[in-house]
Design a protein around this ligand. Structure first.
Ligand SMILES: [Zn+2]
Length: 283
């Protein structure tokens, strides 16, 4: 593999029409992919994709927005679909334990807290699902993929604290495995706190067009960083406005090298090594 997208969603409906073509583009560009589950059906699909394709892996779990019954489930439906409410899943450990036995499951998640798409009263069910997934990751001995999203501007979080502080406390109390805070948008100090308890962070295509991340990308040690697309969302420059695909992750690698003023090839090799080691891809 030449690149790896450590957080993709080829398991979602945005790719159901042309998944074979998307996968061939990844194979052609030598881009390995870790698909992340958001609930039972999409986790099972991620495992299926990993079984069918070389250089493809799965992380399985329940996204915090899928725990809340009121969430409008756009990502599963795509554009133009009629309103639909997520039924609000509970994390069923038996289900996930069963599918984890099918192989190439390299992590649990994405789990954590989302204060943007949910109402404050959902905090306790999000927390319950988060803790259950940490315990499951501890049991099967794989890293956690952490989702964090703060409230809308002018809204308060249910705890009155930053989503990073809330996620940190739960991880510190329960987690015995390494974890990655995906789509990282916190401060350097918050990142540092995560590093001290076994965390890493990952960056998406957003860093190719939002200069606000440059300081973070420069300060954070390369060995504590991963690259991702979070496709089908946030395509990097020069593909903005298109549906994002995993091979576009190479633009994120290049941007990290450019921001840090380091050799592109050295950065690429180091980031590949990080992912292989962290997710134990060679075992
Ligand atoms: Zn995601």
């Amino acid at each position: 593999m030449k690149y790896i997208d450590t957080h993709a969603h080829l398991n979602l409906s945005a790719f159901s029409e042309d998944i074979d073509e998307v996968i061939s583009r990844c194979v052609e560009k030598e881009v390995a992919v870790i698909n992340i589950g958001t609930k039972e059906t999409t986790s099972a699909r991620a495992v299926e994709l990993a079984a069918e394709n070389k250089d493809m892996y799965a992380i399985i779990g329940l996204h915090p927005i899928q725990t809340a019954p009121a969430f409008h489930d756009e990502e599963e439906l795509g554009e133009g679909s009629t309103a639909f409410l997520s039924k609000g899943e509970k994390f069923n450990t038996d289900f996930y334990r069963e599918i984890s036995k099918k192989g190439k499951v390299v992590g649990v998640g994405e789990c954590g807290f989302d204060y943007y798409h949910t109402t404050p009263d959902s905090y306790s069910i999000q927390e319950e699902a988060f803790i259950a997934q940490i315990q499951f990751a501890n049991e099967i001995g794989v890293p956690l993929m952490i989702h964090t999203r703060g409230p809308k501007p002018n809204e308060a979080s249910p705890t009155g604290r930053s989503v990073y502080a809330d996620v940190y406390d739960v991880l510190k109390q329960y987690s015995k495995v390494p974890f990655n805070v995906h789509f990282y948008a916190g401060t350097y100090e918050e990142a540092k706190a995560f590093f001290d308890i076994g965390g890493t962070v990952s960056f998406t295509g957003v860093i190719t067009f939002a200069s606000v991340y440059e300081d973070l990308v420069r300060k954070i040690p390369l060995e504590l960083m991963h690259c991702e697309t979070d496709c089908p969302y946030v395509a990097p420059v020069p593909y903005r406005g298109k549906r994002c695909e995993p091979w576009m992750v190479q633009e994120v690698y290049k941007k990290i090298a450019a921001i840090r003023n380091e050799d592109e090839e050295m950065v690429r090799e180091k980031l590949i090594e990080n992912a292989k080691k962290f997710y134990k891809l060679d075992e």
